[in-house]
Design a protein around this ligand. Structure first.
Ligand code: AMP
Length: 130
């Protein structure tokens, strides 16, 4: 059965898309820890990020870097933090999180509540800068 993220790529489940190429897809995390919190995934279904072969993983990080540069261009932040956990969704994904301070990377607390318009607006801004 396809992962929820493959179903997003296929357009079966809606998302706030940020960027795409033939191998990778980026979209906003639906439970953001910070404004602009984005997930980067390979289109190929691979559960664990460190099972991805070296060449594809390298290209995935280069794609994530481009997304991060776009986030930096449109979201006030000191850095874009990077996290990988994968405990919830068995489809490799890199969290890219615009941060001002270390605690902005905290996943255990209350998530941001954004309206559909706010999600759509930030996704469109990052997409335009990509
Ligand atoms: P983890 O696998 O621990 O990295 O957590 C999965 C992440 O995917 C969480 O931050 C969720 O909020 C996010 N997520 C799960 N389903 C969706 C979805 N349909 N659209 C966007 N983000 C999602």
């Amino acid at each position: 059965m396809a992962t929820i993220f493959s179903r997003i790529v296929a357009g079966e489940i809606p998302c706030y898309k940020v960027a795409e190429n033939d191998e990778f897809f980026a979209f906003l995390d639906i439970n953001p820890v910070a404004m602009g919190h984005t997930l980067v995934i390979p289109k190929q279904e691979i559960d664990y990020i460190f099972d991805i072969d070296d060449a594809l993983l390298g290209r995935m990080m280069a794609f994530a870097k481009r997304v991060a540069k776009a986030q930096e261009a449109v979201i006030p932040c000191k850095r874009v933090g990077v996290a990988v956990m994968g405990l919830e969704v068995p489809h490799a994904h890199i969290h890219l999180i615009p941060i001002q301070k270390e605690s902005d990377m905290y996943f255990g607390g209350k998530k941001l509540t954004l309206t559909q318009e706010e999600f759509a607006d930030v996704a469109a801004k990052i997409a335009a800068a990509f």
